[in-house]
Design a binder for this molecule. Structure first.
Ligand SMILES: C[S@@+](CC[C@H](N)C(=O)[O-])C[C@H]1O[C@@H](n2cnc3c(N)ncnc32)[C@H](O)[C@@H]1O
Length: 246
């Protein structure tokens, strides 16, 4: 990893490419590091995330969202899985601070097995942003099976996928494994099939993102009714770039 790139201040890293070796770029476009975290925080708090809930941030990267969730939740309630340990270390050093870690006691696992059972607890919310956009069916199936096992009966999973046709991706991904930093796409029917095969239920929701958000639960009763989806827009006012869409 180039030390020159890695040691840039975040304000000076905004022109790097997604996947570059800076904590704010490895996880996506560095100019959207702030917004992509805020958007996840807004989505989960709109859906009822409270401080006493346990949250799993699956593939938490450089705590783009974790740096907002960790202070919000009560101590011990934030759980992150991220095999690239350096991303969390950089985020603690440059964004979160050791005091916050001492006070809020988040839990981290660096396993790369797509296994969320490692903590031995159940979650009220699981967020997986920009993870399945890099996964073959084998990894999506493994991750969703784990989510089913660790999700509370009334819990919610929020996960993004890329729909076929978005971002110039016109072929459905049929390989196995992890593809990064490029993205892979699936048809909505294929995505709903992954969810069903895992014994879960889910819906596409209209929360704004250049990827597509799905809300997933153990039963239909756990999911907000479609009549409330008008509240799930993620719209941003007064920012020319974000209000025009990503
Ligand atoms: C596009 S980034 C998204 C990070 C984070 N969810 C966010 O929104 O900022 C994808 C993340 O998945 C992580 N990742 C790679 N392999 C993984 C695995 N086996 N299990 C969990 N996360 C993984 C990468 O290291 C990277 O941090």
């Amino acid at each position: 990893m180039s030390n020159d790139v890695k040691s840039l201040m975040r304000a000076d890293a905004k022109k790097l490419q997604p996947g570059d070796a800076h904590y704010s770029a490895y996880v996506g476009p560095p100019q959207h590091y702030d917004f992509m975290g805020a958007s996840q925080f807004r989505l989960l708090t709109t859906l009822g995330l409270r401080d006493h809930h346990r949250l799993l941030d699956f593939g938490c990267g450089s705590l783009r969202a974790g740096r907002l969730f960790i202070p919000y939740l009560l101590p011990g309630n934030y759980y992150g899985i991220e095999p690239n340990k350096w991303l969390i270390e950089e985020a603690i050093e440059k964004e979160v601070g050791r005091d916050q870690i001492r006070i809020k006691q988040p839990h981290f696992s660096h396993n790369s097995d797509f296994d969320s059972r490692v903590f031995g607890v159940k979650f009220n919310f699981i967020v997986a942003q920009s993870i399945f956009s890099h996964c073959g069916a084998d990894l999506i199936e493994a991750a969703l099976a784990g989510f089913r096992d660790v999700l509370e009966d009334d819990g919610l999973v929020l996960a993004t996928f890329v729909h076929l046709g978005a971002a110039g991706l016109n072929e459905e991904f049929t390989d196995k494994g992890w593809a990064y930093p490029r993205c892979v796409a699936y048809r909505p029917e294929t995505i709903l099939g992954f969810i069903r095969s895992a014994g879960l239920v889910g819906d596409w929701i209209p929360w704004r993102h250049w990827q597509d958000w799905y809300m997933i639960g153990r039963t239909r009763a756990a999911l907000p009714h479609k009549s409330s989806f008008g509240h799930l827009t993620g719209v941003v006012l007064r920012d020319r770039e974000l209000s025009a869409g990503l």
